[in-house]
Unconditional design. Structure first.
Ligand code: AMP
Ligand code: TRP
Length: 326
């Protein structure tokens, strides 16, 4: 069986973009792959976190994985900092990475801009090498992520090949998996910007823990395009295309099917149906979310850490041998 790895940072509430772009793909793929789903806490601390909030967020992200339908009997769910090999391999990969390659990353440039006053930390710059380590430690074949992580994955592939060339074949070169529609869910109030939890306006995103009725209102208020045609065309009709991508991901109906279904319908009717779909999805999701106690989540993370650690130790033995350090 091929191996799949993905992860999310515990840094605040997740939104529908995270769910559609990343997590919903995971649940769909978990039968086909040996899966590892990581709560990447050492990535979260590349920007300042409050320790108490971080501790809670780690459990909450794992709870989201479970509520989304990841089966802990089949997949490994674990916390990055529980497996110290991640940072160990991250260091090693730093030694084969050029500073210029890291400075080119758009996520780094965006985040560096946010840290204008004091300047970006070294952790923000080195973030992609830790991400590459996460992936390479498990000889990962596929990495399902949202569109904004594709550049990091390209760098991971480059570093993999460079390591294998320098030190002999050690790692598998991973493939990126992104959704055809929904890899980049856009803000509801501005389809030129991606849906993001750091947005100033709460109307721009739907948090997975939003009250279903609040989410319903947000969809009804979402901006649409000038004509009244329900057609998927992200360049010319960005707003309605975004809503179609959300509808398709949550209903398992293809965009094509939806276009036919709503051929003679108005934006108003379409948005009412989508608002109900989103509200129902959230109601069911939140009911499952509440079922997992902290104790239960911790137990699952501990079990996952043991399994991941055993795999990571094996990889590090090979890495150290090939490097010539033992
Ligand atoms: P983050 O919250 O940045 O750790 O992102 C977690 C996952 O969600 C990554 O795979 C991202 O690519 C994905 N993601 C974040 N925002 C969006 C969005 N607006 N649309 C689709 N995927 C997203
Ligand atoms: N960098 C990813 C994000 O910001 C999170 C992440 C860390 C990740 N390590 C990973 C995703 C490994 C996939 C594989 O969303």
């Amino acid at each position: 069986m091929k191996t799949l790895f993905s992860g999310i940072k515990p840094s605040g509430d997740l939104h529908l973009g995270n769910y559609i772009g990343a997590i919903s793909q995971w649940t769909a793929l978990q039968e086909k792959y040996k899966c590892l789903f990581c709560v990447v806490d050492y990535h979260a601390i590349t920007v300042k976190q409050d320790p108490k909030a971080l501790r809670k967020s780690i459990l909450d992200i794992a709870r989201v994985y479970l509520a989304a339908g990841i089966n802990p009997k089949k997949a490994i769910i674990f916390q990055q900092s529980d497996v110290s090999e991640h940072t160990e391999l991250g260091w090693i990969l730093n030694t084969i990475t050029k500073v210029a390659e890291l400075e080119k990353m758009t996520q780094y440039k965006d985040k560096a801009r946010d840290e204008k006053k004091e300047g970006p930390g070294a952790g923000l710059l080195n973030y992609p090498t830790l991400m590459a380590a996460d992936i390479l430690l498990y000889h990962t074949d596929v990495v399902p992520v949202g569109h904004d992580q594709m550049q990091h994955l390209e760098l991971t592939r480059l570093l993999t090949k460079r390591f294998n060339t320098n030190y002999g074949t050690t790692f598998t070169v991973p493939e990126t998996i992104v959704r055809k529609e929904g890899a980049r869910i856009m803000a509801l109030d501005n389809p030129a910007k991606k849906m993001s939890k750091s947005s100033q306006s709460p109307n721009s995103y739907i948090a997975l823990l939003d009250e279903p009725m609040v989410a319903h209102k947000k969809i009804k208020r979402a901006v649409t395009d000038s004509d009244n045609k329900i057609k998927y065309d992200p360049d010319k009709k960005a707003a309605i295309s975004n809503l179609l991508a959300i509808y398709s991901a949550l209903s398992n109906k293809s965009v094509k099917e939806l276009e036919i279904l709503y051929e003679d319908k108005s934006y108003g009717e379409f948005k009412e149906d989508l608002a109900n779909l989103v509200a129902n999805f959230l109601t069911e999701f939140q009911a499952r979310y509440k079922k997992y106690s902290d104790k239960e989540v911790k137990k699952i993370l501990n079990k996952g850490a043991k399994e991941a650690k055993a795999m990571a130790e094996k990889t590090m033995k090979l890495v150290k041998k090939n490097l010539g350090v033992n």
